[in-house]
Structure formats: structure tokens, C-alpha cells
Design a protein around this ligand. Structure first.
Ligand code: DAH
Length: 355
């Protein structure tokens, strides 16, 4: 019997046996591995004399194809069998609890920006935005802030390296100027955004959030400012009555200027907004200074109005009972799990400040 036939017989019967994937792999290597029976025979073709070489090579090729086919058939058989085995053995336990998934939370600052935006848009304010990196002109000069004003000091303001002109905006008020310069009065806008100051303790963070408001039209007076702020505070804190106090103050960009306090009291360890005899400052405001209007190409003889600036983080702390501002920006997922909001939840429950 020729050598080729012998190999064929031996391996056809081997491949006919009951095999698992491991055994099949061993046979594959025996035949076609680097030093396998078939591979070495191919390598030796060159040393066979020319007359026999051709027919030997043909036979060898045939053998190779036949064995490869048998191997791939066997391979398929083994895999089918494994699948069947699995299907028979695996049972689904319908009583097992489902896999839980982790849903993200809305950060209290984002939540408050959404709430505040929706309150003001109901009474006709539209939303404007400005850049975090501002120039000195929009942040200070155009807002009637004198050159020697303490706010311009390096100790309070982050100036960009190598630049006397560029800084991280210290308030959202420059958006007033940007808005007026790009349009024509009347203006009725709010501008939420990030602001920066050289400050850090339990209630101050170097980066914080403000909301600017600006309403310019013919015949706008302080009564409109008062009405607008009463409306806002009542809506935001979800109370029917609220005590508000306008305290005379000074800002370079408003005349007259006021700071606004809201009344509160502590009841059963929780803060109650709108009543009581304690006062909390929540915002700065006033009638826009004629110089500001002039710098923004608005004629102060024809148009006037009010502006205000609220600390958004402060609002969030008050409404949702969070007493350390720094935690807002530490990106601790456990904090967010607790204080964050479900994306589809509309908040109506008022948690109050825990002490
Ligand atoms: N920009 C002021 C600040 O950051 C807040 C402010 C006060 C804004 C009075 C105003 C305003 O628009 O009229 O302290």
C-alpha cells in the first residue's frame, strides 16, 4: 500500500471517531502543523526525482483537500453538538431579579438654571450668553467701573497670563453690554453662566454661577424691577407670600442701586423662606446707569431700565438645603446621587436647609 493511502486510511478512521474540539486540534496539528505529516511531505517534494514528483504531488494535494474537508466537517459537528448541549442544559430562572442600571442625575446648578430660565421666560425674558474669557472693557470699563475700583485688583480677578486685557469674567454683567451692542432696544434678557473670583471658603468658590437680568425699554422704572423680583422669588421658592427688602447699595453700573434680602426663619431645623424676621441677601440690582447705556450705544434720554445679578449656586443651596458650596464642584458621584435630580422629575418638594 502506498504511503499516501496509509495516511489517508489512518486519519479517515481517526476523524470518524467521537472527538471533542481538543482532540480535533491535536489531529490538525499532526497533519498540518509546522512539522505535520502533510506539511513535511510538501517540503520534501523538491528531493523526489522529477518523474515521480508530479503524480506524487497530485496525490498529496488530493489527500490534503480530503483531510481538510473532513476536519472542517468534524469541526462543524462538534460546534453544533456544543450548542445543543447548552440549549438542553441552560434553563432561564424567571424569578431572578432584573439587572439594575445606573441612571445619571442632573446637577443642582443645572436644575436651578433650568428652573430660573423657565420662570423668566414665562414673563418675556429671552436667554443670552457671553464668553467666560472676557476683556477688561466689557467686564469693567463699559460697565462704568472706574480704573481704580478694587474689583479690578489682581487679588480679586483672574487675569490671563501675559495679558493685561483678558480675564475670567468676574460677573455676568458684561453680557448686558454685548447684548445691547448687537441689537436695538427694547431688551429683555437673562444671562446665566459661569463667573470667577479669587475667593474660596464654605460659601465661596473661585468658579461660581450667576444669572444676569436686563430690561430696557421706554418708561421702565423701579416699580417694574420690584414687581419682577417679587414674581421671581415667589415662583422660585414656591411660596404665595414673600417678605423682600430693598437695601440701598452701590454698584458702578446702576443708579440707584440696591441689594435685595429675603425674609426667612428656621422652623424645626429647616429654613422657611419668605417669612420670619431674619434676612438673607440674594441679589444685587438697580436702574442701569446712563453711562452704561451710552457705552452700549443706547440713548439714555429715550430708553432706561433695570438690571439685576443673582448668585445661582446660592439659590440652589437655599432651595435644596445644601450647606457647603465647595461640594458642588468636587464631582463626587455619591454627592450627586443624593442631591441631583432625576432627568424626568419636576421638583415640587422643598427639602429646606438641614442644620
Ligand atoms: N454684577 C454684580 C456682582 O457680581 C451683581 C449685580 C448688581 C448685577 C447690580 C446687576 C446689577 O446687573 O444691576 O456683584
Amino acid at each position: 500500500m502506498s504511503e499516501i493511502k496509509k495516511i489517508k486510511e489512518q486519519y479517515t478512521s481517526k476523524l470518524d471517531e467521537l472527538l471533542d474540539q481538543n482532540k480535533l486540534n491535536i489531529i490538525k496539528t499532526e497533519l498540518f502543523g509546522k512539522n505535520g505529516i502533510i506539511s513535511t511531505r510538501f517540503k520534501q517534494l523538491g528531493s523526489i526525482n522529477e518523474k515521480e514528483r508530479k503524480s506524487y504531488a497530485t496525490e498529496l494535494n488530493l489527500l490534503k483537500n480530503e483531510l481538510q474537508e473532513l476536519i472542517s466537517k468534524k469541526n462543524e459537528e462538534i460546534q453544533n453538538e456544543e450548542i445543543n448541549k447548552k440549549l438542553n442544559n441552560d434553563k432561564i430562572d424567571v424569578t431572578l431579579p432584573g439587572r439594575s442600571y445606573f441612571a445619571g442625575k442632573i446637577h443642582p446648578v443645572s436644575q436651578v438654571i433650568d428652573e430660573v430660565t423657565s420662570i423668566f421666560s414665562e414673563i418675556g425674558f429671552s436667554v443670552e450668553e457671553g464668553p467666560d474669557i472676557e476683556n477688561e472693557y466689557y467686564n469693567f470699563s463699559a460697565l462704568n467701573t472706574p480704573d481704580n475700583h478694587p474689583a479690578r485688583d489682581m487679588h480679586d480677578t483672574f487675569y490671563l497670563e501675559h495679558s493685561k486685557d483678558l480675564l475670567l469674567r468676574t460677573h455676568t454683567s458684561p453680557v448686558q453690554i454685548r447684548t445691547m451692542l448687537k441689537g436695538k432696544p427694547p431688551f429683555k434678557i437673562i444671562a446665566p453662566g459661569r463667573t470667577y473670583r479669587h475667593d474660596s471658603d464654605q460659601t465661596h468658590s473661585p468658579m461660581f454661577h450667576q444669572l444676569e437680568g436686563l430690561h430696557i425699554d421706554k418708561n421702565i422704572n423701579m416699580g417694574h424691577l420690584k414687581g419682577c423680583l417679587y414674581y421671581f422669588v415667589k415662583k422660585f421658592f414656591e411660596v404665595d407670600k414673600v417678605k423682600i427688602r430693598f437695601r440701598p447699595s452701590h454698584f458702578p453700573f446702576t443708579e440707584p442701586s440696591a441689594e435685595v434680602d429675603i425674609g426667612y426663619k428656621i422652623q424645626d431645623g429647616k429654613i422657611k423662606i419668605g417669612e420670619g424676621d431674619k434676612w438673607l441677601e440674594i441679589l444685587g440690582c438697580g436702574m442701569v446707569h446712563p453711562n452704561v447705556l451710552k457705552n452700549a450705544k443706547v440713548n439714555p434720554k429715550q430708553f432706561q431700565g433695570y438690571a439685576f445679578g443673582v448668585g445661582i449656586d446660592r439659590l440652589a443651596m437655599l432651595k435644596y438645603g445644601i450647606n457647603d458650596l465647595r461640594a458642588f464642584f468636587e464631582s463626587d458621584i455619591r454627592w450627586l446621587e443624593f442631591y441631583g435630580f432625576d432627568p424626568l422629575d419636576i421638583p415640587t418638594n422643598y427639602r429646606g436647609l438641614s442644620r
